[in-house]
Design a binder for this molecule. Structure first.
Ligand code: AMP
Length: 214
């Protein structure tokens, strides 16, 4: 089972991803998380990706495609994968199809979470995360504790560098220019399932379950 999670930054892809991957027993592969982990460890890949991430731009296709191709060849991904934040360009979608076809499989579903820009800007600018367990907070809707420590694991709560207002604007522009054409691309192939991502979390989850026919 290969599932793609598509949607603008801040649509809630990461939140839904864990639950979907768990249901299908497949690994959750987030290209953004892989880049951030590489950056934390100071690898050449992380340092290269940082140049683009800080500006809210996309890391070049050839780098991302190789990374995901290698990851999909690992043993745990042979039974399937949930791809979060990949593909983000038509070139990446083409490369993914070719890579999967080479392994005798293909994309089963492309799940698109739809949310308006105004809502996304508020969500992203107020978003805070735990460095330890990845738990999410929001300065207005789910404020982190005053001591700046995660109530689950005591990890440090931080704001992603690319959640600054200037970078958010560019990330949304990049999404509309380069990633949103994938909505039509997957629809033409009969693989698109759309869910309204601007609803309470339980409602979005129910929409995802319905869209995937679970
Ligand atoms: P995310 O955590 O998915 O919002 O990704 C954070 C940043 O990582 C993006 O703004 C891009 O700079 C980079 N990135 C993640 N996935 C991709 C991808 N599939 N193609 C190009 N750049 C990516």
């Amino acid at each position: 089972m290969i599932i793609i999670l598509l949607g603008p930054p801040g649509a809630g892809k990461g939140t839904q991803a864990g639950a979907i991957a768990g249901r299908f027993g497949i690994p959750h592969i987030s290209t953004g998380d892989i880049f951030r982990a590489n950056l934390k460890n100071g690898t050449p890949l992380g340092l290269e990706a940082k140049k683009y991430m800080d500006a809210g731009s996309l890391v070049p296709d050839e780098l991302v495609v190789r990374l995901v191709g290698d990851r999909l060849g690992e043993t745990d991904a042979l039974k399937g994968a949930l791809l979060d934040g990949f593909p983000r360009t038509v070139g990446q979608a083409d490369a993914l199809s070719a890579c999967l076809a080479g392994q005798g499989r293909g994309v089963d579903h492309c799940l698109c979470l739809e949310v308006d820009d105004g809502v996304l800007i508020k969500r992203l600018a107020g978003r805070r995360l735990c460095r330890g367990c990845g738990a999410g907070f929001h300065v207005d809707f789910s404020p982190p504790p005053a001591d700046g420590r995660c109530p689950n694991c005591r990890g440090e709560i931080y704001q992603r560098d690319d959640d600054s207002e200037a970078t958010i604007e560019n990330r949304l522009k990049v999404y509309h220019d380069q990633t949103s054409p994938l909505i039509a691309w997957y629809a033409e192939r009969g693989l698109l399932r759309v869910v309204d991502g601007d609803a309470p979390m339980a409602t979005v989850e129910a929409g995802v379950v319905r869209a995937l026919g679970l």
